[in-house]
Design a protein around this ligand. Structure first.
Ligand code: MF3
Ligand code: CO
Ligand code: CO
Length: 295
């Protein structure tokens, strides 16, 4: 192996911008994990932790498949809540949404113009609706977080458009994920595609680190500029969960304090997966096929 000598007056290889002699020279070398914890509050996951998140993700996708099979016109969103709650508990897991900052149910169900955090209840799904189901089990202490937007009965033209753009937004964003890419690259992939399709990207809610807690650092915006923001490194685990509106990006919060709806009443769709940054690129810890939603 060839070793390169770093001059005392050269820029420090840690990226601080200081001279090497005024920074890391003579200090015990700091691991990437320690640097990400100290600089950004990001906890890189160990292989054991990743294995735990994978198990939570398997439970999530099983429950999601069960939900998909039950979606029909006439179903009350409370029935989705009951199903998700019971399947989660039966697996020895805990539904993270329940009582999270006072959220009253075990899953979020967001219909049509609801952007996110819809509360399941007595409202009944109608033919032509779209409904997003966002599931987060805690299994063995590990969190996995994912959502999908389903068609109820026969899709409408506008429903097909917004679901397709949201699914493709996540698919494109995932292809960007690899060591050396930045959070800004992810946001830019989503924003440039979705806005190019005449849709808009919600700013108030973002993806997030996840795994040991529901919402960890970093925040993962769904808009951005190439090359900006935190560089991705192996061991990062975070969600990407673009919320895409058919009309304007503005939202309002309903009086329940949770339900976010489009201000103009236009349709909104979302897809979410939990991703691990690997040496080569990424691995989804909540894998599902986005292609079936893309037209
Ligand atoms: N699952 C959502 C997310 O993707 C968070 C829901 S918080 C809740 O981050 F309290 F509404 F459940
Ligand atoms: Co999330
Ligand atoms: Co979620």
């Amino acid at each position: 192996m060839k070793t390169v000598k770093i001059g005392r007056n050269s820029p420090c290889p840690c990226g601080s911008g200081k001279k090497y002699k005024q920074c890391c020279l003579g200090k015990k070398s700091v691991s990437i994990a320690e640097q990400y914890q100290q600089r950004y509050g990001i906890t890189l996951k160990t292989p054991e932790q990743v294995a735990g998140i994978i198990e939570a993700g398997k439970l999530l996708t099983e429950i999601m498949d069960g939900v998909e099979a039950m979606i029909v016109p006439g179903l009350a969103t409370e029935e989705i809540n009951r199903f998700v709650h019971e399947k989660t508990i039966a697996a020895g897991a805990v539904p993270a949404p329940l009582n999270y900052h006072g959220f009253p149910k075990s899953v979020c169900t967001s219909v049509n113009e609801v952007i996110c955090h819809g509360i399941p209840g007595n409202d009944v799904l109608q033919d032509g609706d779209i409904v997003n189901v966002d599931i987060t089990p805690i299994l063995g202490g590990y969190y996995a977080d994912a959502n999908k937007t389903f068609f109820v009965g026969t899709p409408t033209e506008r429903g097909r458009k917004i679901v397709s753009v949201a699914a493709r937004s996540l698919e494109l964003a995932m292809t960007v994920v690899r060591p050396g890419a930045t959070l800004g690259d992810i946001g830019h992939a989503i924003q440039s595609y979705a806005e190019g399709q005449g849709c808009s990207v919600v700013r108030e809610f973002v993806g997030h680190g996840v795994g040991l807690d529901f919402h960890e650092a970093p925040q993962v915006p769904h808009v951005g500029r190439p090359g900006q923001g935190i560089p991705l490194v192996p061991g990062m685990v975070f969600t990407i969960e673009p919320m895409i509106n058919l009309g304007g990006r503005e939202l309002k919060l309903l009086d329940d304090g949770w339900t976010a709806v489009t201000r103009d009443g236009s349709l909104s769709a979302q897809f979410e997966q939990t991703l691990l940054v690997t040496e080569k690129g990424y691995q989804s810890l909540t894998p599902f096929d986005l292609g079936q939603f893309i037209f």
